[in-house]
Design a protein around this ligand. Structure first.
Ligand SMILES: Cc1cc2nc3c(=O)[nH]c(=O)nc-3n(C[C@H](O)[C@H](O)[C@H](O)COP(=O)(O)O)c2cc1C
Ligand code: SF4
Length: 599
């Protein structure tokens, strides 16, 4: 990139793009730094990249140093700071897609379009390899984005080389289909229609764009009840349900909400955030919920506002979910028009609104404090804790962060007349890889892993199961001997595993697990924010050590190299400041414990 940022001028189009977010310089305008990410998105969507002139313009408009703007823009994987063709095919080569032919697909694309990153179609298109796109039930997957006056993003899954090339051609001709994706319920939610479902009961059965349909299926009944229960009543009911967060850390939701409620005495603005970043490889449950039941996410957040006293909410959605973005935006608009968001909600004196913010391709922004920095317009780097978010969160104000699935539980719990605990015992799992019927499954906690695999039709691929990855890239592998594991927090913890974000990815015995470990290591090397040394250095050294082991060229013996890997894992666990560094070795270590992969 041109380092003479100070001299570069924006083009007319770049100015128009930034002004669409910031307002015209001489008219009504907003200049908060938290508008930086939306501004960068607007520029990128219009131009396909962010030029030095555009950086300067954003800097002038936001009164932030150009170097700061550059620092933020360069943090995010989806932003390009060098000229790039307007049409980009992002082809997933992460673990879920790897076992479903992603490598072959990438080779085919390479033959057709040239090497990844190079321009094709007369400079109008390119393709790139991508980390998990959250479409694992339909792997392999790709996302086509086209920049310009009418930018579009379209998903193709299951992707073929021909399918991707057709969409690239359509994008160049500005003929992409108007729907970003379609939610194929039979494929994505094989249990759809089953009378026992709680969390997924509306998905595929109601029109996600219709508030009337949502209301017919009990929508907004819980919010009405909430007003009569008051904050204490709501928090008590959530506490009775023993609901714990579904974002990975399993923290009791009522405790979080109680802590925020208690901060009301300070009279500060308070926030509730729906964490919809969902970038853990193998996870797609939140996407299905947002695509299939978006009003329930809003209702859960609004109930959270009653309970905690938050006046404003944010949904932080990963950038790679265009259909979820469209469905949520529509639901927000309809909710506002119907007095379900905004001033004096349902005439009960509650003032609360929600804003949708999109990430830009950074897994770390799912970590709650990194997410705050991202919304505020800084690099998505985690903060030290304490202070905890309920004390000092978004804009340094008290904040509660809740996962999408956690929030979907809330209206169900409030409405329940029986034991609320039964509701919170339901949990979503994302089945992918070598499974007969991949998709999101809702089960009662405590079902064994074997039974869950059976529910999804059994082992796919060649039918000979080798390993299961539980909890995602930050989770752990389990072996065939452990299939009778009850899926509970306690039982998984006892074997050194985790339910994490609900990933259950199967690998048959044709898969080279060493290559899967290497891909996981590459993922963490790519996604570290680089802020603290043990993680920044550890994830690089971890990948290098695995590469040497795979090539049969360990430093010393294979045993010595593995000991070094374990020592590094311990150092990362002990000394990293956030969960990314602390868990970046978990899956790799779990595999080394269970199998002699390098002897
Ligand atoms: C690297 C990293 C990524 C994370 N990504 C997500 C995510 O995508 N979605 C999510 O809900 N929680 C994610 N979390 C956990 C959040 O920090 C936080 O605990 C969670 O959103 C709280 O919501 P819950 O209590 O409902 O689970 C992540 C944590 C780490 C360390
Ligand atoms: S542990 Fe890694 S991702 Fe987390 S703050 Fe440190 S460097 Fe960043």
């Amino acid at each position: 990139m041109d380092l003479h940022l100070g001299q570069a001028q924006p083009t007319h189009e770049e100015k128009l793009a930034a002004d669409s977010v910031l307002g015209t310089p001489d008219g009504e305008n907003s200049s908060g730094r938290d508008l930086l990410l939306p501004t960068l998105h607007a520029i990128h969507h219009r131009m396909g990249w962010i030029s030095p002139g555009a950086v300067n313009y954003a800097a002038t408009r936001l009164k932030v140093a150009p170097a700061e703007i550059y620092g933020v823009a360069s943090f995010y994987g989806l932003f390009s700071l060098s000229p790039r063709p307007p049409v980009v095919a992002h082809v997933c080569d992460d673990i879920g897609c790897m076992v479903r032919g992603a490598e072959k697909l990438c080779h085919q694309i390479e033959s057709a379009l040239g090497p990844a990153g190079s321009a094709c179609a007369g400079g109008r298109a390119t393709w790139l390899r991508s980390s998990c796109l959250g479409l694992c039930e339909r792997a392999p997957a790709a996302l086509i984005s086209s920049a310009g006056e009418n930018p579009k993003e379209r998903v193709v899954a299951a992707a073929t080389s021909e399918g991707i090339q057709t969409l690239v051609k359509d994008a160049i001709a500005e003929k992409l289909p108007s729907e970003p994706d379609t939610l194929n319920i039979q494929l994505s939610v094989p249990q759809a229609g089953s009378p026992n479902l709680r969390l997924l009961r509306r998905v595929g059965r109601t029109n996600p764009a219709s508030l009337d349909d949502y209301r017919v299926q009990d929508g907004y009944e819980a919010l009405r009840m909430t007003f009569d229960m008051g904050p204490e009543g709501v928090i008590r009911k959530i506490a009775d349900s023993e609901l714990v967060g579904r974002g990975g850390a399993a923290f009791p939701t009522a405790r979080k909400w109680q802590a925020l409620h208690a901060q009301r005495r300070l009279g500060l603005p308070q926030y509730i955030i729906c964490n919809a970043d969902e970038s853990e490889p193998g996870t797609f449950k939140d996407r299905i919920l947002m695509e299939g039941d978006p009003f329930a996410v809003l209702e859960g957040m609004t109930i959270g506002a009653v309970a905690t006293g938050a006046q404003r909410g944010y949904i932080y959605l990963r950038a790679e979910y265009p259909l979820a973005a469209e469905r949520l935006s529509h639901a927000l608009k309809i909710a506002r028009e119907n007095g379900l968001l905004g001033e004096n909600i349902l005439g009960r004196g509650l003032n609360f609104d929600i804003e949708l913010r999109r990430g830009a391709g950074a897994y770390i922004c799912g970590e709650e404090t990194a997410l705050f920095n991202s919304i505020e317009g800084y690099r998505g780097e985690p903060r030290n804790k304490p202070p905890f978010p309920t004390q000092s969160g978004l804009f340094r104000r008290p904040t509660a962060v809740n996962n999408v699935e956690t929030l979907i539980n809330v209206p169900e719990i409030i409405r329940s007349s029986g034991a609320a605990k039964d509701i919170a015992n339901a949990r979503l799992f994302c089945l992918s890889g070598h499974i007969v019927r991949p998709g999101v499954y809702e089960i009662e906690m405590g079902m064994t892993l074997r039974d869950l695999i059976g529910l999804a039709g059994g082992v796919g691929g060649n039918g000979r199961l080798q390993a299961v990855l539980l909890g995602g890239a930050a989770g752990a592998f389990v072996s065939l001997k452990e299939l009778d594991l009850p899926l509970t927090f306690e039982a998984t913890r006892a074997i050194g595993a985790t339910l994490g974000s609900g990933v259950v990815m199967l690998f048959d015995d044709s898969v080279d697990l060493k290559q899967i470990l290497l891909r996981i290591a590459a993922f963490f090397r790519h996604e570290t924010c680089g802020q603290c040394v043990p993680c920044r250095v550890g994830v690089v050294r971890q990948e290098e050590a695995l590469q040497r082991l795979i090539q049969g060229k360990p430093l010393g013996s294979a045993g010595q190299e593995i000991s070094t890997l374990k020592e590094m894992a311990q150092a990362m666990r002990d000394a990293s400041i956030c969960g990314l560094g602390q868990t970046a070795s978990s899956a790799i270590e779990s595999a080394l414990q269970r199998w002699s992969l390098f002897s």
